[in-house]
Design a protein around this ligand. Structure first.
Ligand code: GLC
Ligand code: CA
Length: 554
């Protein structure tokens, strides 16, 4: 008998479900999601049919950017649990065949991290300051920031410190909030620390990491002014960063094929060509393909984006990691619901405007389109990341009260960019008033972000087993995906429809995936086979508008 071999590179075609821990499920009734809450929903996730979960950062953190300000890289945030709760979660997930990915934040830490506190207490030029990017200011008294770099959350990327004698001191760099100082990756202590952190969690059984701002880390050594376009060419995507991923890949691979560990980069670079460089054979196994997420609901735009993925990433042999939503962008339902774009306020980056569009919306239309997009994505070869709530067709909460908003983007943009809280509102598990089942019935606190009344209409409990629900569509699609597609079959062939520019269709193996972007119904040719699954009920063999289907030839 041959010994059972682990499935090689499980992550190449996996469906990973993103858990924004703070908003997923609250186990102890304090209004904040936690590991116990997540653990209690593992059967739900196993039944949905996902292969893995990615947890947003759950390390001790003052929560200035909800966990992306890490104060201790080898602990668990007390609001979420402790290391024992984490170990129990990993064990229970493993028992259900679910892999666990964590979120690594190597570009910056919290201003409460002991290293940064030591740096503030130490003198300019000290080894403590060398772990971060401290510089004297420009101007006669150093009153101007060292260069013109801007924070991704708005305002300058520099904050001035105050010396022990109360006088203004040096400035430090932070590409995000001032509570998130950037590391100096040219100080060897920094890479050494992160290698230890990786091993700490791999030794605990973690199956991989999503890597935050993976195109960051290194800065141009001279910190020159940037050109002021969309992308800071001196602050991001520096050549040295690739060596970091070579060393991390070697560490991950050293755990062997039984563990089959993955690393998934969050890489925002101007071109897909630049993205592909992070996916070279000895670098990151995976990086999100965000290009598709930035496309509006248009067949030609979708097709061109998918072609870019295959031409630039697929061609290198790397798997393509598809995603349409995460905790930084508007939920897909609401992006595709926009019927008329509002004017973009001055100062909002065009890419942000595309990922968080505002304007007049038609939510029913957004739901139809997001359901169709889900079938399109799940038919494509590669890995898939779903964001919690996508499986119930949850829209973005666009109208949170201003005083409820917590994303630092809101404050730092001078209240111009409403930020990312609207996709982070705690999930509706039931239609029960109170917290819609997010917290236990006897909870002592309200959910940390207010849930709108209409969340009741999307409750998980009411969608389970309802043949027309979005949950059922996802559940069936995840099963059908495993049954119908050969994961090793990583090519698609477009099926051209000269009369219908608004319809995309491609073949993968025996299956044709067809997506009607427009409102006109479409009758698939008989030779494509019979409809196996559709995002809306076909009418007399015709797919209604804004519908996708999988057809299988006999
Ligand atoms: C990434 C995260 C985002 C966070 C930022 C700073 O873009 O996805 O949520 O605010 O990095 O860590
Ligand atoms: Ca809690």
């Amino acid at each position: 008998m041959t010994p059972q071999q682990p499935a090689a590179q499980w992550w190449r075609s996996a469906v990973v479900y993103q858990v924004y821990v703070r908003s997923f499920a609250d186990g102890n009734g304090d209004g904040i999601g936690d590991l116990a809450g997540l653990r209690s929903k593992l059967d739900y996730l196993a039944d949905l049919g996902v292969d893995g979960i990615w947890l947003n950062p759950c390390y001790p953190s003052p929560q200035a950017d909800h966990g992306y300000d890490v104060a201790d890289y080898t602990g668990i945030e007390p609001d979420y649990g402790d290391l024992a709760a984490f170990d129990a979660l990993v064990a229970d997930a493993r028992a259900r065949g679910i892999k666990v990915l964590m979120d690594l934040v190597p570009n910056h830490c919290s201003d409460q991290h002991p290293w940064f506190q030591a740096a503030l207490a130490a003198a300019p030029g000290s080894p403590e300051r060398s772990r971060f990017v401290f510089r004297d200011g420009r101007g006669a008294d150093g009153e101007l920031p060292p260069n013109n770099w801007q924070s991704m959350f708005g305002g300058p990327a520099w904050t001035r410190t105050t010396d022990a004698d109360g006088r203004p001191g040096q400035w430090y760099l932070h590409f995000f909030d001032a509570a998130q100082p950037d590391f100096n990756w040219r100080d060897p202590e920094v890479p050494a620390m992160f290698e230890k952190v990786l091993r700490f969690w791999f030794d605990r059984g973690v199956d991989g990491f999503r890597i935050d701002v993976a195109h960051g880390l290194y800065k141009h050594p001279e910190l020159p002014d940037w050109s002021g376009g969309h992308f800071n060419e001196h602050g991001f995507d520096q050549p040295e960063v690739h060596d970091v991923y070579r060393s991390w890949r070697a560490i991950a691979d050293s755990y062997g094929p039984e563990r089959d560990i993955t690393l998934v980069g969050e890489v925002w670079v101007p071109t897909v060509t630049a993205l592909a460089a992070y996916l070279r054979a000895d670098e990151l196994p995976q990086a999100f393909f965000f290009d598709l997420l930035l496309q509006n609901w248009d067949a030609g735009n979708f097709r061109a984006s998918i072609d870019r993925a295959f031409a630039e990433i697929g061609a290198t042999g790397a798997t393509i990691t598809w995603t349409l939503s995460n905790h930084d962008v508007h939920r897909a339902v609401s992006r595709y619901a926009v019927t008329r774009l509002a004017e973009v306020p001055e100062g909002i980056d065009p890419q942000v405007a595309r990922s968080r569009p505002r304007g007049e919306t038609d939510v029913a239309r957004g739901v139809r389109r997001a359901r169709a997009a889900a079938l399109l994505l799940l038919a494509l070869p590669g890995a898939q990341f779903l964001y919690q709530g996508e499986e119930i067709g949850l829209p973005e909460v666009l109208d949170l009260p201003d005083d409820a908003r917590q994303d630092p983007t809101w404050r730092r943009s001078g209240r111009v960019d409403p930020g990312r809280d609207g996709c982070r509102v705690p999930l509706p598990w039931t239609s029960e008033p109170g917290s819609f089942g997010f917290s236990p019935a006897d909870a002592t606190a309200k959910p940390w972000l207010p849930q709108p009344d209409w969340f009741a209409d999307y409750a998980v409990a009411d969608q389970l087993g309802d043949p027309s629900s979005t949950h059922t569509l996802y559940r069936e699609a995840l099963r059908a995906r495993k049954a119908l597609f050969d994961p090793g079959d990583d090519a698609i062939v477009w099926l051209d429809l000269p009369d219908r520019a608004d319809v995309l269709a491609f073949r993968r193996g025996d299956v044709a995936c067809v997506v009607v972007f427009g409102a006109e119904p479409f009758a698939p040719p008989a030779e494509w086979g019979a409809i196996e699954l559709a995002s809306r009920e076909p009418e007399a063999g015709r797919l209604p508008g804004e519908t996708a289907a999988w057809l299988r030839r006999p």
